[in-house]
Unconditional design. Structure first.
Length: 485
C-alpha cells in the first residue's frame, strides 16, 4: 500500500476526530522544515487535497548558518506547488535565555505560537506536522527515562489540541510511518530534502537517544522501536479510559468552584481508589493551570499524603503555584489562596481585633456563641471525667480544659501574645508563630477564635491547648469546648 493511500485511510479512520476541520471545510496548515519527513508530508497532502486549501509554514530559529538556505528552499518548494507560504524568523536562543528553557523547548514553543497565528489568520483549524514512528519511539523512551506516568508514556497523539491553543488541532498523519519508509518515499518521488546537521549533534538529549541509546537497546531487542510504539498505543488507550473515569468522579466529588479555586468532598475523595485519587489531583491542577506542560509525580504524591493524613489546616504545594489545603470535611485547591472564600471559624466583626485580655465575647458555661461562616462554639461542664479518654481525644475541634472556675472569653489574638503549648513543659511561644507553624492562612490569623481567661489564652481553636488549662486527675471542674460548622 502506498504512503499516500495509508494517509488517506488514516484521515478517514484514525484521524476522524480532525476530519471536520480539514479541507474542504477549512484550510490546512502544513509545517515544513525542508527535511525528509515534512517534505514528504507536503507532497502527500498536496496529492490528496485541492492545493487552494493548503498553507505552508516554516519557522527559522535563527541559530544556524544553514537556516536561511533552508527557509528559501521551503519557500521555493511551496511556490512550485502554487501553495501560499508563511515564513518567520525568531531568536530562539534569546527566548531560551529569557524564559530559562532549553533550546528544544524554546523552539517548540515558538513554533506552536507561530502556527497558531498563521492558522487563525488564514482560517485553518488544523496544523499537520511530520512526526513519524521513529520520533514516537524516541519520545516514549525520553518520557520513560524521566519517570513519566501514563500521560507521558502515550507519547505523541495522532490528533491533539495545539499547545496553548485549544481551538486548533495538531495532526500527525505519519505517526505510524517509519523514517525508512519516508526516506524511501522521497527517493521514489525524486524529492531532495535538506538535511539539518544539528540532528547529529549529541549535545541535545533527543539526539543522544537516537544515535547512542536506541542502537544499544536494539542489541537487546531489534524490535525496540516497534515495542515502544506499541507501548505508546496501549498507554494511550488506558489513559483515555482513566481520564474519562477521572472526569466522571471529579464531577461527583466537586463541591464548588471559583475563578481560581475549587473544593472537593474529602470523604468521597478518600473513598476513591489510589489511582483515581492521584488522577483527580492531577486533573485539578491541569484545570487551574491549563498552560502547565508537566505535572510531576512527586508534588502530586506529597499533596495526596497530606490530603489523606493531614489534620485540618495542613497545606501542600502543587505544581504551578497551586496550593492544596485540608479543610473541615473538604479539600480546597487554589491557584490564588488569598482569593478563596472563607469557610473557617472566624470572629464576628470587630471582635477579631483585641487590645485587652478581657476583650471579646463572653462564653457562657453551659452555652454557646455564634462565629462567622456558620460555625458555633459551645461550652459545657463535664459531670464525670474519664482522664484517659480526655488525654487521647482525637478530635481537634473538641477540647477539655480546667480553668479553676475562671470566666471564659472568645476573642482574636493580641499583639505579641504568647501561649504555653500543652506538653512543652511550660515553655511559651509567640501565638503568631504558632499560627504560622499550624498553617493557618495569614488572612485568617487575626480573626481566628481563641478561648481565653482574662489572664491568658486557653485554646487556639482547632489546634492546641495552653498548659494552664490542662486537665489532671484532680481537676475539680472540667469544661468541654466544641467548635463545629
Amino acid at each position: 500500500m502506498t504512503l499516500q493511500k495509508r494517509v488517506e485511510i488514516w484521515l478517514n479512520n484514525e484521524g476522524l476526530a480532525a476530519r471536520p476541520f480539514l479541507p474542504p471545510s477549512s484550510k490546512l496548515v502544513i509545517s515544513v522544515s525542508g527535511g525528509p519527513d515534512s517534505l514528504a508530508l507536503l507532497h502527500v497532502l498536496a496529492a490528496i487535497f485541492p492545493l487552494e486549501y493548503l498553507v505552508v509554514v516554516h519557522l527559522n530559529h535563527g541559530w544556524r548558518a544553514e537556516a536561511e538556505t533552508e527557509a528559501e528552499f521551503v519557500r521555493a518548494t511551496a511556490v512550485s506547488l502554487h501553495i501560499p507560504c508563511y515564513i518567520e524568523k525568531t531568536d530562539v536562543i534569546g527566548l531560551a535565555r529569557a524564559e530559562g528553557l532549553s533550546l528544544e523547548e524554546a523552539g517548540r514553543n515558538a513554533r506552536y505560537a507561530f502556527f497558531a497565528r498563521v492558522a487563525r489568520q488564514v482560517g485553518a483549524n488544523a496544523i499537520a506536522v511530520g512526526h513519524h514512528a521513529d520520533d514516537q519511539a524516541e519520545t516514549v523512551l525520553m518520557h520513560l527515562l524521566r519517570g513519566a506516568g501514563l500521560a507521558g508514556l502515550r507519547g505523541m497523539l495522532p490528533v491533539s489540541p495545539l499547545p496553548d491553543a485549544d481551538d486548533l488541532w495538531l495532526i500527525r498523519p505519519f505517526l505510524t510511518t517509519t523514517r525508512a519508509e519516508i526516506e524511501q518515499y522521497c527517493r521514489e518521488h525524486a524529492l531532495n530534502p535538506v538535511i539539518d546537521p544539528s540532528n547529529r549533534d549529541t549535545t541535545y538529549f533527543r539526539n543522544r537517544l537516537r544515535h547512542e541509546l536506541l542502537p544499544i537497546l536494539a542489541d537487546y531487542n531489534p524490535q525496540i522501536k516497534a515495542r515502544l510504539q506499541r507501548m505508546a498505543a496501549v498507554a494511550a488507550a488506558d489513559f483515555a479510559l482513566l481520564d474519562g473515569l477521572t472526569q466522571e468522579k471529579l464531577g461527583e466529588i466537586l463541591l464548588e468552584t471559583g475563578a481560581d479555586w475549587l473544593a472537593l468532598d474529602r470523604s468521597k475523595w478518600l473513598a476513591l481508589p489510589l489511582s483515581l485519587r492521584r488522577a483527580v489531583l492531577r486533573q485539578v491542577v491541569k484545570r487551574l493551570r491549563a498552560d502547565l506542560r508537566d505535572v510531576n509525580f512527586q508534588p502530586i504524591e506529597q499533596a495526596r499524603l497530606a490530603a489523606e493524613k493531614g489534620k485540618t489546616g495542613v497545606q501542600a504545594a502543587l505544581p504551578g503555584g497551586v496550593m492544596l489545603t485540608v479543610e473541615y470535611e473538604r479539600l480546597t485547591i487554589a491557584a490564588d489562596p488569598d482569593a478563596l472564600p472563607i469557610h473557617w471559624p472566624q470572629m464576628v466583626g470587630d471582635t477579631a481585633v483585641s487590645t485587652a485580655l478581657s476583650a471579646g465575647v463572653p462564653l457562657p458555661i453551659p452555652g454557646c456563641i455564634q462565629l462567622a461562616n456558620g460555625w458555633t462554639l459551645t461550652a459545657e461542664p463535664v459531670p464525670s471525667m474519664d482522664l484517659s479518654q480526655i488525654q487521647n481525644n482525637p478530635d481537634p475541634w473538641t477540647a477539655f480544659v480546667d480553668v479553676g472556675g475562671a470566666d471564659l472569653w472568645v476573642r482574636g489574638r493580641l499583639a505579641g501574645e504568647r501561649i504555653r503549648p500543652l506538653g512543652m513543659s511550660g515553655q511559651s511561644a509567640k501565638l503568631k508563630e504558632v499560627m504560622i507553624n499550624r498553617k493557618i492562612p495569614a488572612r485568617l490569623r487575626a480573626g481566628w477564635p481563641i478561648v481565653a481567661t482574662t489572664a491568658h489564652p486557653v485554646w487556639l481553636v482547632g489546634h492546641l491547648l495552653d498548659e494552664r488549662g490542662r486537665v489532671t486527675a484532680v481537676s475539680p471542674a472540667v469544661i468541654r469546648l466544641h467548635c463545629e460548622k
